[in-house]
Design a binder for this molecule. Structure first.
Ligand SMILES: Cc1cc2nc3c(=O)[nH]c(=O)nc-3n(C[C@H](O)[C@H](O)[C@H](O)COP(=O)(O)OP(=O)(O)OC[C@H]3O[C@@H](n4cnc5c(N)ncnc54)[C@H](O)[C@@H]3O)c2cc1C
Length: 805
């Protein structure tokens, strides 16, 4: 084995092979893959080989579409067959809710170029005569679905990579990975040591162990999974064409034809995490003991859905392990805290996602960033809160929910509560209904006294609708109180702090006492953060953005941190508190501080270090609700005291706690976008209106400046707009197609119901040529065309007069 390579990839499963194929395709030829045994020696060899495009995240679904279309290319390049069977696939709906879910998936597919369609029970029977459609309301049909030969496909990737210069070393276990001072990695293997400028962990079932060699925990866990293949079945043998796949969520099963028999697999509730204490190094081409009892109920259901199964003999039963991350999506990208160490693991559907994972990672490594937003599979979407036990519980939940309808307002219960603030217990006494993000509990809304604190999952307006309306009105008419713990907060200090922020942020860095809103751009000019930056003192800044993006943002901050002169601290959990918002917010603040909080002394977009009651606080005059408001930050241990100070002082002002649902409704009136909805790496400042915060003229060469200037020069083809929608009982969520003149011309980024304006609102992109005040479009919500009208003046306080007064 040679002693040096630009890239070493650990693992010769379908993912490692896809990574080396894509790296060499993008021009990096000095690539070595090291495999412990033979290719496909992990989960890959016993996969059922099915592939499909359905995914709740649109970019993930698009990457799955890319993967499936890639197989023909691989076959052509290599002559190696993948044994492709493009037989199409049906996902059955047995409840109106599931039908709604499939309708919204169908709608999303329209602007992704995926050609799915909804079919009736009659059409299902025509396509798949072995399916008993009793109780079935319809199905989503995807002509791209199918299956392949896992081993042939992995070898096709490998061969294509070798043809482009990659080297594959077999029967050679990696034993150690040690970081070198220059950022490269010393990779110690059974056959010797190799220095790698970049190291990729694609070790599948062993990704945890390989991660531990570099001192990191990758949040993934293997689960056992069973499927069985039948003997030949007369009804299948008689057919000229192959049967389509059928996903039957009610039976938690997937079914396809194999030869002249059938293959059926189950995602059972009674599932079993595997390798809780780790994956043995001597685990190889072996199967786990079958356990038909575990899938007994599912099999009984399957015999009713596919009566032919009841008479068929079972030929083989496969029980094998494969890995999942807590949300079921892969872990891809640069691993936070390590230099030149990349993750390509936790891929639970290697044959649907492997091409997309390989492409994404290769783009990231070769070009510096992926060509689209891949936060849904970014390894940095998880943080330190993901311990092995948390991961195991979440992975189990995810496995059990594989076929469960996901609702936009749903909060999943496993492994909760995990992180809470001191206010948690106080909120519980107020009948709070909680959600969680990045391991931290937050209040969604407060159920009425006597009501069960539970929001019923729905695609339509939920049981919480009226209560959220009351919370919104309380803010707009009086004063509301809401926690500020779920912002990611970073303290940047030191003599180089201002210069550092000037380089990584695209906007103006504020002077002492002031706040600025600041987009952060990638070098290609895409939005990778929308920050509120407060200059508390000279060389002391608080920088705040989404709580859920902490590891993502810290990775970027650390990557660009100068060697000296700047201290960067993540203070998200240490610095918490409350915001107060509404016309009486100033009066409330004045009651609890000796500081002058008049408009002239404490104007909009300023920050003060003042005492609030007996607590030392950092107070920022901003509010995401669009009201006159203040964010009051105190140390963690002062939060409960601050709560009582504000509640006591606000009694006769009508002070009312409100939750995230009300906040997300109030922001609609001001057309305030939000992170990962309107602002994300798929979009640019000019497309989203964030250009107003970009300081194109600042002398600093900030990251993304050249791209931002080029964009300003060339203009854009689409623009983020706000619409009033004539929705009746279901508001937009995201990704709904926008129609004009019978064509899909754009899509929704987010929206909802504005309780104060009493209007349904959508944000979304339109081609620039169509952007015009009053433009009429249709938005497809749950399969229905709903008229909508573009408007460009915010519904509330359009000139910011109240906000600034
Ligand atoms: C029963 C079953 C059915 C499935 N059905 C499907 C399906 O129908 N469709 C689908 O898309 N997916 C399916 N899957 C999932 C699919 O198998 C996985 O998504 C995929 O195989 C993951 O590939 P991988 O390359 O990430 O990992 P693996 O296949 O586990 O590969 C990891 C490789 O890394 C090597 N390695 C590990 N550590 C080291 C080391 N220290 N040094 C050198 N080499 C090392 C291993 O030997 C192994 O070859 C199924 C899985 C199972 C178990």
């Amino acid at each position: 084995m040679r002693s040096h390579a630009q890239v070493v990839v650990i693992g010769g499963g379908v993912i490692g092979c896809s990574v080396i194929y894509h790296l060499t395709k993008l021009g990096w030829k000095d690539v070595v893959l090291i495999e412990r045994s033979e290719l496909t020696s992990g989960s890959t060899w016993h996969a059922a080989g099915g592939f499909h495009t359905l995914n709740a995240d649109t970019n993930m679904a698009a990457l799955q579409g890319y993967t499936i279309r890639l197989y023909r290319e691989l076959e052509e390049i290599t002559g190696q067959s993948c044994s492709l069977h493009h037989v199409g696939g049906l996902t059955l709906a047995e409840t109106p809710e599931r039908l709604d879910f499939l309708k919204s998936a169908r709608a999303m597919h329209r602007h992704m170029g995926l050609d799915t369609e909804l079919v009736t029970p009659d059409e299902i029977r025509k396509l798949s005569p072995i399916t008993n459609t009793d109780g079935v309301l319809g199905a989503l049909y995807d002509p791209l679905d199918g299956h392949l030969d896992p081993s042939g496909t992995t070898h096709a990737y490998a061969r294509a990579a070798q043809m482009q210069g990659a080297e594959i070393v077999l029967r050679n276990r990696v034993i150690e990975t040690n970081p070198c001072a220059d950022g490269s990695w010393q990779v110690v293997t059974e056959q010797g040591t190799i220095i790698a400028e970049h190291l990729v962990n694609a070790a599948g079932l062993w990704a945890r162990e390989v991660g531990a060699m570099a001192g990191v925990y990758l949040p993934l866990h293997p689960m056992e999974h069973q499927y069985f293949a039948t003997d030949e079945i007369p009804q299948v043998m008689q057919r000229d064409t192959e049967l389509p796949h059928v996903m039957d969520p009610a039976g938690e099963s997937y079914l396809r034809q194999e030869g002249k028999g059938l293959v059926i697999g189950f995602y059972e509730q009674n599932c079993v995490p595997w390798g809780v204490d780790g994956t043995r190094w001597d685990f190889g081409h072996e199967l786990l003991d079958e356990n038909l009892d575990r899938i007994g109920d599912s099999m009984e259901f399957a015999f009713k859905r596919y009566p032919v199964l009841a008479e068929a003999g079972i030929k083989t039963i496969i029980n094998g392990p494969f890995t999942f991350a807590p949300d079921g999506n892969p872990l891809v990208g640069p691993v936070p805290g390590l230099r030149n160490y990349w993750s390509a693991c936790a891929v639970m559907a290697g044959f649907s996602q492997g091409g997309g994972v390989g492409l994404t990672l290769a783009e990231w490594m070769v070009e510096g960033e992926p060509s689209r937003d891949v936060f849904a599979m970014d390894v940095a979407r998880f943080g330190d809160y993901c311990t092995p036990s948390y991961t195991r519980l979440k992975v189990t939940e995810n496995y059990q929910r594989r076929f469960t309808v996901s609702y936009p307002n749903e909060e999943l219960p496993a492994a909760r509560p995990l992180d809470t603030t001191p206010a948690y217990g106080l909120w519980k006494q107020h009948n709070a209904v909680f959600g969680a993000a990045y391991g931290m509990e937050h209040v969604n809304y407060f159920a009425r006294p006597g009501e069960e604190p539970y929001e019923i999952p729905s695609f339509r307006r939920s049981n919480a609708f009226d209560t959220i309306a009351e919370e919104c009105r309380a803010v707009r008419e009086g004063v509301g109180l809401n926690e500020v713990h779920n912002f990611g907060k970073y303290q940047v200090s030191g003599e180089g702090a201002r210069a550092y922020l000037d380089r990584i942020m695209a906007g103006r860095i504020p002077v002492v006492g002031r706040i600025s809103l600041n987009p952060m751009l990638s070098s290609k000019g895409r939005i990778i953060g929308d920050f509120t930056i407060a200059c508390i003192r000279e060389n002391l800044f608080q920088v705040a953005a989404s709580f859920a993006a902490q590891a993502y943002h810290m990775r970027w901050f650390e990557q660009h941190l100068p060697a000296a002169g700047v201290k960067l601290e993540n203070v998200s959990k240490d610095r918490i508190g409350f915001q107060i918002a509404g016309p009486k917010a100033r009066e409330l603040l004045a009651r609890v501080t000796l500081a002058d909080v008049s408009n002239s002394a404490f104007p909009f977009l300023s920050v003060r270090e003042i005492d609030v009651g007996q607590c030392q606080a950092i107070v920022q005059r901003v509010s995401y609700t669009g009201d006159r408001g203040y964010e009051i930050y105190v140390p963690w241990h002062n939060q409960a005291a601050l709560y009582h100070i504000l509640i006591e002082a606000g009694k006769d002002l009508g002070l009312r706690p409100f939750g995230m649902r009300a906040m997300m409704s109030l922001r609609l009136d001001k057309s305030f976008g939000s992170w990962m909805r309107e602002y994300k790496p798929d979009y640019t400042p000019l497309e989203t209106g964030l250009d107003r915060f970009v300081d194109y003229n600042k002398p600093v060469d900030f990251i993304g400046k050249a791209a931002a200037l080029a964009e300003r020069e060339q203009g854009v083809s689409r623009q983020l707009c706000t619409f009033v929608v004539e929705a009746k009982d279901a508001d937009v969520v995201a990704w709904e197609p926008i129609w004009h003149d019978g064509e899909v011309v754009g899509y929704v980024t987010s929206g909802g119901y504005s309780h104060c304006a009493q209007k349904s609102i959508a944000f979304g992109f339109l081609p620039v040529a169509l952007v015009e005040e009053g433009r009429q479009v249709d938005i497809e919500i749950l399969g229905e065309m709903i008229p909508a009208r573009l408007y460009s003046t915010p519904l509330f306080d359009p000139k910011n007069e109240y906000l600034r007064a």
